[in-house]
Design a protein around this ligand. Structure first.
Ligand code: ACO
Length: 330
């Protein structure tokens, strides 16, 4: 007797696109203005360079470029989208949202658009949120964007933070499609999100409209964040494996948040994921917060690694703390 599975709506990736501002800031450039060295930065973080938004570029500018690239990749236009979610912690303005600006930039006058803030975990949180909309049947196609201009939140005299971050944007188009309800389906197979507000002081921005009435600067207890990151990330990835009956061996690609090469390597090792399956872009982009996972997906898709049918685990951890993982059949 064969078991039949009920049909199930899945959120299938039908488009992917990215945008990086053209200006590159290398570690050698930073050596000129800071008491730091290329050797220190590479050894502690794996970062070699980062992209920095131009004076005329804002988070919505980067996000709109990525959104247009993802729509072109899908062969779709704004008219085909009914949900836009932008993950960002660096909006152009306190309000309106970056998402509504991108919605207008795409010429859309229908659907719903909103921002979601979960710092570096933002893209995983936004994919998971979009998945809930699409698999409920309420919406048909979602544009999920991670876009950041972290360069604007940094104290460029603080060598302990400013060397770590960069700017950029990435976007995917998710479409509700009927699957068989098995892990052979294309689309988001499972997603697991967590947060714990007790850790707010470990990684935060010391300003905001309701406190200082200023934007503030990013502050981080790097060593403390590092200490928690590996345990948190491996916990949600293992939850994804358990929910789907998959293992590290079944993965085609592991696409982690790109904060620090040592966190990525330690997490992959603890999870038993082979190094050749781990996508690394932190050397090229630095930590672009909510943009880091879609930017890494773009690099691995464009160089021919990620192909339709592949099993891809994305994960991230960030301020809050927030953390999450999603398993996607590409
Ligand atoms: N260049 C040279 N020296 C430096 C620099 C620099 N850029 N930055 C710090 N140092 C010095 C420190 O002053 C310190 O000197 P001291 O010993 O004389 O006091 C020494 O280097 C060691 O500093 P630590 O902070 O202990 O260095 P550590 O090995 O912990 O590395 C780092 C720091 C890279 C920040 C690491 O802790 C880390 O990556 N943490 C995790 C960050 C992260 O993953 N964040 C993800 C979330 S981000 C988000 O959600 C927005």
């Amino acid at each position: 007797m064969t078991l039949s599975h009920p049909a199930k709506l899945r959120s299938v990736v039908v488009g992917l696109g990215c945008y990086l501002p053209p200006r590159i800031l290398s570690n050698a450039d930073l050596e000129k203005t800071l008491d730091t060295t290329d050797e220190w930065i590479v050894q502690r973080t794996g970062i070699r360079q980062r992209h920095i938004a131009g004076e005329d570029e804002r988070t919505s500018t980067l996000g709109l470029r990525a959104a247009k690239a993802a729509l072109a990749d899908a062969g779709l236009s704004g008219a085909d989208i009914d949900l836009v979610i932008v993950a960002t912690s660096t909006p152009d303005y306190t309000f309106p949202s970056v998402a509504t600006q991108i919605q207008a930039g795409l010429g859309m006058t229908h659907g719903v658009a909103f921002d979601l803030q979960a710092v570096c975990s933002g893209f995983v949180f936004a994919v998971t949120t979009a998945d809930k909309f699409l698999t409920s049947g309420s919406h048909k196609r979602a544009l999920v964007i991670g876009a950041e201009t972290f360069s604007r939140l940094l104290d460029w005299n603080d060598r302990t933070t400013c060397v770590l971050f960069g700017d950029g944007a990435g976007a995917i188009v998710l479409e509700a499609q009927e699957g068989d309800g098995t892990i052979a389906d294309r689309g988001v197979l499972t997603a697991h999100l967590r947060s714990d507000g007790r850790y707010r002081d470990k990684l935060y921005v010391d300003g905001g409209p309701s406190s200082t009435r200023t934007t503030g600067h990013l502050k981080m207890e790097g060593r403390e964040v590092f200490r928690h990151a590996v345990a948190m990330v491996t916990d949600v990835v293992q939850a994804g494996f358990a929910a789907t009956g998959t293992t590290a061996e079944d993965l085609s690609w592991f696409v982690p948040h790109q904060a620090n090469r040592r966190i990525i390597d330690a997490s992959a090792e603890k999870l038993g994921i082979a190094p050749q399956k781990v996508v690394i872009t932190v050397d090229l982009h630095g930590n672009t917060s909510a943009a880091s996972v879609p930017l890494a997906l773009c690099v691995a898709r464009d160089d021919g690694r990620i192909k339709p049918g592949d099993l891809v685990m994305i994960e991230a951890m960030g301020g809050g703390f927030t953390w999450g993982a999603a398993l996607i059949r590409w």
